[in-house]
Design a protein around this ligand. Structure first.
Ligand code: GLU
Length: 558
């Protein structure tokens, strides 16, 4: 046994397997040519960030589009930042957004899916130790005994002398120990971490192709990074090397904040003689704040957590669609030609990917969701609203369960046509917008708020219109005939039935047909905005309309 082997044995006496054994256990995947193996590798730090949903969606879609594999790996090596239980939250939320992985960690106590696990980093200790043992033997890794005081005085020295910071070249003190010296120190019980022995030089250049950003060039890595911490867990960089190698990721789709680490990763792969995966560094989602771009922040922005969109009842496909518009510049054009298609029929491509920090635009999310909700059939809408209500909105659930057909007739107003009405952005908006359709809730609304009649109309004129309409509702008529009937009532009451004429000679009338229509609308709904009043009145039915009109007249006369 040579001295490096002795050192490796001393550090890892329990490691009996070799890298070759691992290669055998995790053979190349049997997939069609061009299939992408991508992963989502979050840290369990508490919640699913909108930016993380974005990256996972991209990885998921590329894998699915190419007949590949998408897997979930839990990166729980930063125990300080870990929030217990958030692994399951992440998995459930991903599933709620339709991002379902083929393999991966499935939560504490649940069996994992897939043959390339374990998929939780804290369960992969032996794999990391096996690889490092081999690296020690090849003189690619060594124990570092520097204390935090020594490291901080190194930092100060480098700062004072305007040198590049870090543990490299002559500053990498422990890299200059002989294996014998290292063995001695370990036997003396000195504490250590494991570092990578870099052979790079800062003045050399390294080239790499990024699937999104094209050909890139960086200064070579020269840092002897820590690969195994004193708690026995690997650092991100080293875990990336081992995990993505043995899990056979073909593409690393991750946020652009990792670009700066790329030279380190390339050197790690090269030193092991392993082919590095392809990299695609995705744009980070930003927010405009007082004219400045900044990252969506968990503390400041409610839209940073995907749970916000679920609670508010944004339709999942609408939110995903928004994320795809951020991802690929040609998506919106495709959508215009395929208004009713499933977003997953759209093929994402790396070369159409947005490059710079994409700005999060809530107004656009709302517009897309409005469009998507309008395009659901009444049955789909009801099913989805019910599922939402079960989890988040007891009031809405009560209304739907009371009389599902009635609910359907309400949300079906002007839905089944080429250009459907766009009333709702979220399922959360449904209850407040439709509650007036229900007698008891209408009565509450009437008691709570003053009716928002046009202030230019006087009480007597409103009452006159209401009485005239009550006497002649015409709800059995077609929409067109009903409207003609309303015109007659308009004229009878001294209002003008033609907007053009009215605008030229306002003084001659009490108001216009629009005012008459609004009087009816406000009376039966307590709101200024409702769907088409003809349908509202028809759904309420003759008896309920009469009851409401009488109640309002009573209130006005009181
Ligand atoms: N655990 C890393 C993160 O928190 C994963 C980055 C990657 O995808 O490689 O973002």
């Amino acid at each position: 046994m040579n001295v490096l082997e002795q050192l490796a044995e001393l550090i890892f006496p329990d490691v009996t397997e070799t890298v070759a054994d691992l290669e055998k256990r995790y053979p190349a995947r049997d997939l069609p040519e061009g299939a992408i193996v991508a992963r989502f590798a979050p840290s369990p730090t508490g919640f699913l960030h909108t930016g993380s949903l974005f990256t996972s969606l991209i990885g998921y879609r590329f894998a699915k589009q190419t007949g590949g594999v998408f897997y979930f790996r839990l990166e729980d090596t930063d125990t300080k930042r870990e929030v217990k239980g958030s692994d399951l939250d992440l998995i459930n939320q991903l599933a709620a957004f339709g991002v379902v992985f083929d393999e991966g960690f499935c939560g504490e106590g649940n069996p994992e899916k897939g043959a390339y696990g374990p998929y939780r980093q804290s369960d992969r200790e032996m794999i990391y130790r096996t690889v490092i043992k081999e690296m020690v033997k090849k003189n690619l890794a060594y124990p570092c005994f520097c204390t935090s005081e020594e490291l901080s005085s190194l930092r100060q020295y480098q700062e004072a002398n305007k040198l590049n910071p870090g543990y490299y070249a002559e500053h990498a003190k422990c890299s200059h120990l002989t294996p014998e010296e290292a063995i001695e120190k370990i036997k003396n019980g000195e504490k250590y971490v494991m570092r990578f022995r870099s052979s790079g030089c800062y003045t050399n250049r390294v080239k790499v192709h990024d699937e999104i950003r094209g050909d890139l060039e960086f200064a070579e890595n020269d840092q002897h990074i820590v690969i195994l911490k004193s708690d026995g867990l690997p650092t991100y960089h080293f875990a990336h090397l081992c995990d993505d190698h043995f899990m056979h990721s073909t593409h690393i789709t991750r946020g652009e904040e990792w670009l700066a680490s790329l030279p380190t990763h390339l050197e790690l792969f090269k030193s092991m003689g392993w082919e590095h995966p392809k990299y695609a560094h995705l744009p980070v989602i930003m927010k405009l704040d007082n004219g400045n771009k900044r990252k969506l922040s968990k503390r400041k922005d409610e839209e940073a957590a995907t749970s916000y969109f679920l609670q508010e009842g944004y339709p999942v496909e609408g939110f995903l669609e928004y994320l795809i518009t951020i991802a690929n510049s040609n998506f919106e054009e495709w959508r215009l030609q395929n208004m009713n298609a499933n977003i997953f029929d759209f093929k994402l491509s790396f070369d159409k990917m947005t490059l710079d920090g994409a700005l999060f635009d809530l107004a656009k999310v709302k517009n897309i969701c409005k469009e998507r909700l309008a395009r659901l059939t009444k049955d789909e809408f009801t099913l989805r609203a019910k599922a939402y209500a079960k989890q988040y909105d007891a009031n809405l659930l009560e209304l739907i369960e009371k009389d599902e057909e009635y609910f359907k007739s309400i949300i079906n107003i002007e839905r089944e046509r080429e250009n459907p009405r766009k009333d709702y952005e979220t399922f959360g908006q449904v209850y407040p917008l439709i509650k007036f359709f229900y007698s008891d809730l209408y009565d509450e609304l009437l008691n709570e708020n003053p009716l928002p009649f046009n202030e230019n109309l006087n009480k007597e004129d409103i009452i006159q219109v209401l009485n005239a309409y009550n006497a002649n509702k015409g709800l059995e008529l077609s929409e067109e005939e009903w409207f003609n009937n309303l015109k007659q009532i308009t004229v009878e009451c001294g209002f003008c039935d033609n907007m053009k004429v009215y605008k030229k000679n306002r003084e001659a009338y009490k108001g216009s047909i629009a005012d008459v229509s609004e009087i009816l609308r406000v009376t039966v709904s307590t709101r200024k905005n409702t769907p088409n009043p003809y349908w509202v009145l028809k759904i309420l039915g003759e008896a309920e309309v009469t009851r409401r009109i009488n109640k309002v007249i009573e209130k006005l006369e009181a």
